[in-house]
Design a protein around this ligand. Structure first.
Ligand SMILES: C[S@@+](CC[C@H](N)C(=O)[O-])C[C@H]1O[C@@H](n2cnc3c(N)ncnc32)[C@H](O)[C@@H]1O
Length: 252
C-alpha cells in the first residue's frame, strides 16, 4: 500500500498520537530514554550552562526541560501543535522554554547561527527529508557549534527486523532484513488511531549526507545499559546482544 508521506499527513499522525505518546513519558522520558539515551546525551552535551540550545522535534518536552534546568537558554520546536500544547502544560512557570511551532526540514522562523548546540532526540528517522533537516541544523549553528542526534540504529532496526523465537517464545537471535531499502515503512506496535511511519536509511547514507552538509564527525555512541541501570532494570541484559540506538555528535 502506498504511504502518504506529505508533511500535512505526518503532522496529522503526530497530533493524533500525541496524547498516547505523552502518557508513556515522565520527566526522564520513557524507559528507553532513561536507560540508553539520557546518559549518552548528557555525556555528549557536557556543560550546557549559558548555551543557546535548540531541541529540534521536542515532543512533550522532557529533554528541553532537563536542559533548561541546567541553565541553558532553550528553544524547542515541533510541528505537532498537540505535542507543543502538552509540552507547555508540563513546563512549570519557573522554567523558561521558547516553544515554537515549526518543521525541522524548514526552520525559516529561526535565524542563521543562533544556537551553540542543536539536539534532536529520536526525530530524524521520523522525517522524510533528512538532507534538508541536516542543512537546517547546520545553518542554525554558530561556527564550531555542535549537533547531537539520536536515531534507531539503522543496522539493526530495519523495515524487517525482530527476534527469532522458539515455539515457547524464547528469544534465539535478532533477525535483520531489508537493510539496503531506503524509504518509508510502518512501525509496528506504535500508534493507536494512526499508523506511525518511519524512514529507513543505511548508515552510509547518514554519514555521507552529514559530511556533504559540512559537518565534522566528533563521535558516535551505540548506547548500552550501565551497571546502575541494569540493577534497576535487569531485563535490559539482552541489550548487550545488539544496539537499538545510535547517537551522533557533529561539529560545524
Ligand atoms: C519520537 S518523538 C521524539 C520527541 C522528543 N524529542 C523526545 O525525545 O521525547 C518525534 C517528535 O518529532 C516531531 N517531528 C517529526 N518530524 C518533525 C519535523 N519534520 N519537524 C518538527 N517536528 C517533527 C513529532 O511531532 C514528535 O513530537
Amino acid at each position: 500500500m502506498k504511504q502518504n508521506t506529505s508533511t500535512e499527513e505526518a503532522i496529522k499522525r503526530w497530533d493524533g498520537f500525541a496524547d498516547t505518546y505523552a502518557k508513556s513519558h515522565h520527566e526522564q522520558g520513557d524507559l528507553h530514554k532513561e536507560v540508553f539515551l539520557n546518559p549518552t546525551l548528557a555525556t555528549l552535551m557536557g556543560n550546557v550552562t549559558n548555551k543557546r540550545v535548540l531541541d529540534a522535534g521536542c515532543g512533550e518536552g522532557y529533554l528541553s526541560r532537563i536542559i533548561a534546568r541546567s541553565n541553558a537558554t532553550v528553544t524547542a520546536v515541533d510541528y505537532s501543535s498537540r505535542m507543543l500544547e502538552i509540552a507547555k502544560e508540563r513546563t512549570p512557570e519557573d522554567i523558561l522554554i521558547d516553544y515554537r511551532h515549526g518543521n525541522c526540514e524548514d526552520l525559516n522562523i529561526l535565524e542563521d547561527k543562533s544556537f551553540d548546540l542543536v539536539v534532536s532526540n529520536m526525530v530524524i528517522q521520523d522525517l522524510a527529508n533528512y538532507e534538508k533537516a541536516f542543512q537546517e541544523m547546520y545553518r542554525l549553528l554558530v561556527d564550531g557549534g555542535v549537533f547531537i542526534f539520536s536515531i534507531l540504529h539503522p543496522c539493526f532496526i530495519t523495515p524487517e527486523s525482530g527476534w527469532e523465537r522458539t515455539e515457547n517464545g524464547e528469544k534465539l537471535h535478532w533477525n535483520v532484513d531489508k537493510y539496503f531499502y531506503e524509504g518509508v515503512y510502518e512501525q509496528s506496535g506504535l500508534g493507536d488511531k494512526e499508523k506511525m511511519l518511519l524512514f529507513h536509511r543505511t548508515l552510509t547514507s547518514y554519514i555521507n549526507t552529514l559530511i556533504k552538509t559540512g559537518f565534522v564527525l566528533e563521535s558516535i555512541v551505540e548506547p548500552k545499559p550501565s551497571k546502575e541501570m541494569l540493577e534497576k532494570y535487569p531485563s535490559f541484559e539482552e541489550d548487550f546482544r545488539c544496539a537499538d540506538f545510535i547517537v551522533f555528535k557533529l561539529k560545524k
